[in-house]
Design a protein around this ligand. Structure first.
Ligand code: AMP
Length: 597
């Protein structure tokens, strides 16, 4: 069966899926169990039986840590993958999730790639329904990239899921013709040459472009900043019909030789006129006048890029279509043109079996986090155990307005696996619930695709703090903030220091704090360091605040209703007003001076 659904058929398929959501869910689970009940992992709980009720009763809800030993046996020891899943594994997916500082590794199968093609074509159909035949008429300027493969000891390539997808036959066969970027520019491993050439192709076809996008809002934002630096050169290439000499990648050169066929001074003049204005407000609309929407994920941690993207868009709506993870494609936004703050996703009921663990309402949780005062490790364990005892509910049984942690079972060896996302039910399409993305369960800081958990931050701070001790300096309190007003975005730590309980801090060598910045960076996860090397995350900054700043922060939270006795410093600042309390008391700023190894 072809995994691709045609744009015309897609909406009908979505209607059927959402009307019969429960039947599709039961069927998915049946198929997964039929195929995988004999795996070593499931045999432990099901004794070889492909029984749905037994599955729900016996198979424990788990996290990445639960499957990690199996993954390691496959990846490191080269054991057959059928200890975890029946289908052959074609590659290892590296996910950006936080797992004690390392990228998570997951098996990838051909079926998962087919599911991706299927879901992406459903998402395109949903967008197309609201812009009336648009996608069939024009081209999409999607800025897409791949990462180099690494090889795990068992010999399998390991890479992000979208790299696998863009390199796949499915992508070439079913999607590549929809985009302005030729395959070889997407597959170019030098991201600068790749982006330059993708822009060149997008500008050369600017009158055909019906949407502009990238996977995440952060990627498009960075791309526009790149365009600010390179538009003159791009114009010159278009004007003369000659590609810049620094484009040396053979694939890019060949692709462009077919597109940049001769001088085009008229087009170059038009582009130059648009780019040469003092303000870049509305630049996207000026450069691609027929674009109907901007296709980027701008929900969750990506919402921080919305205001700046809207500035560039000139009124073209920003549309977040997919909700997906390395583990599985998850959902589609069936009302693409709703306001960004109202975007909800409908989980696709025939790609994975979904369960939902009820959690407290977001605001309640956040207040609780601010207020909670966990007195001992026992309290914490007790709290966690209570949480684990909560029974999950199935897709069609979720309640409107309730928040849930998402648990998935897939054909790729994830059984009752917590994705780590908290979702809130905002409505229903036919019988299928729609969810707003609320937050990642464990992430406090996020710039670009990087995610850092509170545990990781704490561990990094503990190491950095040690550097202060020989100088009699004591870190009395800290918090953090993801600053995306800089390009690239970077993490900021607010530090309040004390020396021997005196209220005045003496002068000290700035190198000490710069070293602390580097030590924190060294302790953060693999992806953070990769992003720093690739300059998609900037040097970490410590902003030293004056004495008493964290008292002022506490006063602020208390004025907002926190209890004095239970107050706990928030380790990441998200409220603008709280940020101002800290930032208005900054006395000095220090930056990491080296890229972490
Ligand atoms: P990764 O596995 O590294 O691709 O990251 C997947 C995670 O990105 C998901 O579990 C979500 O936390 C986040 N994510 C993906 N799509 C969306 C979306 N549309 N809105 C908000 N967050 C998203």
């Amino acid at each position: 069966m072809e995994p691709k659904v045609s744009i015309q058929e897609g909406w009908k398929v979505l209607e059927d899926l959402t009307i019969n959501a429960d039947q599709f869910q039961q069927k998915v689970l049946e198929e997964i169990l039929k195929q995988n009940a004999g795996t070593e992992y499931l045999k432990r709980f099901l004794d070889g039986q492909a029984d749905k009720e037994l599955f729900k009763k016996k198979v424990p809800i788990t996290t990445y840590d639960g499957i990690k030993p199996y993954i390691e046996r496959i990846v490191v020891n080269g054991e057959p993958a059928d200890i975890l899943l029946a289908e052959p594994v074609t590659a290892i997916t590296l996910s950006s999730g936080t797992s004690r500082g390392q990228a998570k590794m997951m098996p990838l199968t051909n079926k998962q790639l087919d599911q991706l093609t299927y879901c992406r074509s459903l998402a395109m159909s949903a967008a197309n329904k609201f812009v009336d035949g648009l996608l069939e008429e024009g081209k999409q300027m999607q800025l897409l990239f791949v990462r180099p493969d690494i090889y795990v000891p068992s010999g399998l390539p390991a890479r992000p899921i979208l790299t696998s997808y863009h390199k796949s036959k499915n992508f070439e066969k079913y999607e590549s013709s929809l985009y302005t970027s030729p395959m070889s520019t997407i597959l170019c491993l030098d991201s600068k040459q790749s982006l330059y050439c993708q822009f060149l192709c997008g500008l050369l076809q600017r009158d055909e472009v019906v949407n502009i996008g990238a996977v995440f809002a952060s990627v498009l934002f960075r791309a526009i900043r790149f365009l600010e630096d390179y538009w003159r050169e791009l114009c010159s290439n278009i004007r003369t019909g000659r590609l810049s000499d620094w484009i040396t990648d053979t694939g890019c050169k060949n692709a462009l030789s077919l597109m940049l066929t001769g001088p085009n001074p008229e087009q170059a003049d038009l582009i130059e006129a648009a780019c040469n204005s003092k303000s870049w407000e509305g630049i996207i609309k000026k450069l691609w006048p027929k674009a109907k929407y901007i296709d980027v994920i701008a929900t969750g941690s990506m919402a921080q890029y919305l205001p700046i993207l809207e500035f560039y868009c000139g009124g073209i709506p920003v549309v977040s279509m997919p909700y997906a993870s390395s583990e599985s494609f998850l959902g589609i936004n069936l009302k693409p043109f709703s306001k960004p703050c109202d975007v909800s996703y409908t989980l696709v009921p025939d790609v994975a079996y979904f369960e939902f663990l009820p959690v407290k309402d977001y605001n309640e949780e956040e207040t609780k986090e601010v207020q909670s005062d966990v007195k001992s490790d026992n309290d914490l364990t007790e709290k966690q155990t209570k949480k684990e005892e909560i029974e999950p509910v199935e897709l069609v049984n979720v309640a409107l307005g309730q928040c849930y942690e998402l648990v998935i079972t897939t054909c790729t060896g994830l059984y009752r696996y917590k994705v780590g996302d908290v979702l809130m039910v905002t409505g229903f399409h036919n019988n299928a619930p729609q969810f707003q993305f609320v937050r990642r369960q464990d992430v406090v800081l996020s710039v670009d695709v990087e995610k850092t958990s509170e545990d990781e931050l704490l561990e990094a701070m503990t190491k950095a703090k040690l550097l202060l001790e020989p100088f009699g300096l004591v870190l009395t309190d800290y918090s953090s903030y993801a600053d995306v007003s800089t390009v690239p975005g970077h993490y900021v730590l607010f530090w309040e220091l004390n020396m021997d309980a005196s209220s005045d801090l003496p002068e000290f060598n700035p190198k000490i704090i710069e070293q602390c910045c580097s030590t924190v960076e060294e302790s953060l996860n693999y992806l953070y360091k990769n992003c720093r090397k690739g300059n998609t995350v900037g040097p970490l900054e410590i902003r030293m605040v004056e004495q008493g700043t964290f008292d002022a922060l506490m006063d602020f939270y208390i004025s907002k209703g926190s209890s004095v006795s239970q107050y706990k410093t928030p380790r990441c600042i998200k409220l603008e007003e709280a940020f101002k309390v800290l930032d208005s008391r900054v006395v000095k700023r220090y930056f990491s001076q080296k890229v972490p190894a």
